[in-house]
Design a protein around this ligand. Structure first.
Ligand code: PLP
Length: 433
């Protein structure tokens, strides 16, 4: 049996290039991270060969004695990593990723066309929380369910809970979703619980971005107030690409969440679980209980604060004025430029981050902001000092972009910068995740 270099040098070469790109760049995409060697070993193991539809002890295939052992271990570690009592909470570790996990919850507890409310995508929410435009139901969630997103108060950059309450009282959703892809603050879970209780709705938190921070108790704990908590496993948690759904064991609003959710995952929406991912996840969840992991998550938050305060010192406007977690959202509109151009210029300098819409943006195609996250570079050992320097690098990139507007002709660089500043510059609609 040949190794990759001999069997397929073409793919080997692409992987090598991607590895070099990851190694060389300043990785600031808030939803990305570098997982550990131990996790990668488990993900690249023979576990990928096995079919195991069903749950431990109740499989539709033979030969699952070790897979059962692994999945039970993974479930136990998941509950322990989030400080949950096994009698009160259960978990399904089979979701293939974050979006499927969310859709599995919806199909478990809702009927088609039931009403839901999640944070609007242009205000920081995720596609899978029901995004739609006035012209089009973009996400499967908004096609199969009736979505009425809640929004931020544009003057503060914080969730407008008063408006959420008013709208929820009229719209009467069956499910309210907390959680976001680009929100630098904690959610007010007690307030959301109150709103959900007043109308008899389920409350779910999608903690995909902040699950590592939740495990380390460096942000507010959604489990105290929510009925269901979903997450991806590859962001701040530093695991392999995957998803998890946590549910209360006691019935909620007359629904047995455990069987509804387990059935929605399989046979509802998935077939065989990705056992190599579950193996990698188990490894990640063991690490998530360590002191080292807690120290890492504390550093993620401190680094983000250092970045935010340097950006403020340099005169930038941050959505909500700062950050409680692992990301900052910079509003570039006061400088007369957009996030798409800044993203491109920084990319050329191997600084990887993403353009992002900010509250009040007129166009999703040319968003007015950038999102910057601290998890990945913190994994690589960066501290406050380096993150302060990162703010200065970004400042330089922003100024190159601004200067580009004044350039006419000359060197290749000037030509390129002129192109970047021109209306011909291709602005692909990359949606943040
Ligand atoms: N939920 C949130 C809050 C996210 O930010 C993302 C991000 O990508 C997802 C869900 C979807 O995860 P995935 O890309 O794994 O489907």
């Amino acid at each position: 049996d040949l190794g990759l270099s001999e069997a397929d040098p073409e793919v080997r070469a692409i992987i090598s290039k991607e590895k070099e790109r990851q190694f060389k760049s300043l990785e600031l995409i808030a939803s990305e991270n570098f997982t550990s060697r131990a996790v990668m070993e488990a993900v690249g193991s023979c576990l990928t060969n096995k079919y195991s539809e069903g749950l431990p002890g109740k499989r539709y295939y033979g030969g699952n004695e070790y897979i059962d052992e692994l999945e039970i271990l993974c479930q136990k570690r998941a509950l322990a990593a989030f400080h949950l009592d096994q009698k009160k909470w259960g978990v399904n570790v089979q979701p293939l990723s974050g979006s499927p996990a969310n859709f599995e919850v919806y199909t478990a507890i809702l009927n088609p066309h039931d009403r839901i409310m999640g944070l609007d995508l242009p205000h920081g929410g995720h596609l899978s929380h029901g995004f739609m435009t006035p012209k089009r139901r973009v996400s499967g969630t908004s096609i199969y369910f009736e979505s009425m997103p809640y929004r931020l108060d544009e003057s503060t950059g914080l969730v407008d809970y008063d408006m959420l309450e008013k709208t929820a009282t009229l719209f009467r959703p069956k499910l309210i979703i907390a959680g976001a892809s680009a929100y630098p603050r904690d959610f007010d879970y007690p307030r959301m619980r109150k709103i959900a209780d007043a109308i008899g709705a389920f409350l779910m938190m999608d903690m995909a971005h902040i699950s590592g921070l939740v495990a380390a108790s460096v942000v507010a704990d959604p489990f105290e107030y929510c009925d269901i908590v979903t997450t991806t496993t590859h962001k701040s948690l530093r695991g392999p690409r995957g998803g998890m759904i946590f549910f209360k064991k006691d019935p909620v609003l007359g629904v047995d969440l455990e069987s509804a959710i387990n059935n929605a995952v399989f046979p509802g929406l998935q077939g065989g679980p990705h056992n190599h991912t579950i193996g990698g996840l188990a490894v990640c969840l063991k690490h998530a209980q360590s002191q080292e992991f807690k120290a890492y998550q504390n550093q993620v938050v401190s680094n983000c604060r250092a970045l935010a305060s340097r950006l403020v010192e340099l005169g930038y406007k941050l959505v909500s004025g700062g950050s409680d977690n692992h990301l900052v959202l910079v509003d570039l509109r006061p400088l007369g430029i957009d996030g798409a151009r800044v993203e491109k210029i920084l990319d050329m300098a191997s600084i990887t981050l993403n353009k992002n819409s900010v509250p009040g943006d007129k166009s999703a195609l040319v968003p007015g902001g950038i999102r910057i996250g601290s998890p990945a570079m913190t994994t690589r050992g960066f501290t406050e000092k380096e993150f302060t320097a990162i703010a200065d690098f970004i400042h330089e990139g922003v100024h190159i972009t601004i200067d580009a507007k004044g350039l006419v002709s000359g060197s290749k660089l000037q030509e390129f910068l002129k192109f970047v500043a021109s209306p011909d510059f291709p602005l692909t609609d990359k949606v943040a995740n």
